[in-house]
Design a protein around this ligand. Sequence first.
Ligand SMILES: Cc1ncc(COP(=O)(O)O)c(C=O)c1O
Length: 384
Amino acid sequence: MKPISYGRQSITDEDIQSVVDTLKSDYLTQGPKVAEFEREFARAIGAEYAVAVSNGTAALHLCAMALGVDSQTNVIVTPLTFAASANCIKYCGGNVHFCDIDSENYLMDLNKLRKMLEDAPMGFYKGVIPVDFAGYPIHCQELRKIADEYGLWIIEDACHAPGAYFVDSDGKKQFSGNGVFADLTCFSFHPVKHIATGEGGMITTNNPELFKKVSLYRTHGITKDVELMSQNPGGWYYEMQELGYNYRLSDIQAALGLSQLMKLDQSLIRRNEIAARYNSAFAGIDAIKTPKVADGIYHAYHLYVIQVEDRLGLYNYLRENKIYAQVHYIPVHLLPYYKSLGSIEGDCPVVENYYQHCLSLPMFPTLTDEEQQYVIEKVLEFVK
Ligand SMILES: Cc1ncc(COP(=O)(O)O)c(C=O)c1O
């Protein structure tokens, strides 16, 4: 058995051909493939606008900029995420406050969120960043209701969840990032994610003003749109109107992303099959806590996380057997940088307890049945 990682990209001959075709075309940097990728991604998710960027972190940063985060801005973030979900606020000089997770679905606990909002002066918090952790879509309709009561914007970090949805109170499927509830949503195309472009990311929104802002900030704050410029002395002219960045995706990457996007639905089906097989293999084993999924949720299963008593023991045992499981995540408020800003152990007890026990087992579409069986056997061997 060759080594098995917790996640990996699936690159087909079609994907390679798509990249080769673009390499032979006139555009390598942002060009027609990026525009096509944005169009197709927006269509797939059901959003009005999509803006492709160089990675998921850049997507988050641009969203924070577009919402005007500055040193006076207090934002609530889930601690169960990759550091980037909180860092985007720090890039803009804002202040991060952590809201603990729900012990069943591992998402930001909306009751605790409400409590934090009730306990603060009205207007203290300006925004909230939930994460669709592991591919489980947050109930953004419920979150929107709370956000509207307290005047918060929402940046949904759906880096784990393209194609995930929840069924709303009218029985409608609401896909993560469709722009109905969140102001802005971010995706990542890092190779372990559903769609791989090497590095890459996307922002979706239904808000035309925010769309214009993130588009401007993506490319230095420069516009060539004659409608927006203060003068137009000739075709060569452009205007830098704000301080932005070079956070563009290349056409080479977009070609890969487009080809990968075509396989998203299939890959979600496969990920759900793998999860179902783990669930049934571990059913009735008290020593293993498997993920719980509520009715009306379509889980994107970026990760399949179990909890066990002796996590370090299982992690090491699997490694000895060439299975490279992983821990997602060290709670962000316990990272030394955030501790230096005042977070302490005990701030978020649910996620701290989760962190002692969690382990992400191999989960990717090309994981074979034989490989998965081997993983299941090794896990069971250890816990029994
Ligand atoms: C939840 C979450 N947010 C943000 C990011 C950042 O994305 P990227 O690595 O594309 O910058 C990641 C990816 O690692 C992530 O898992």
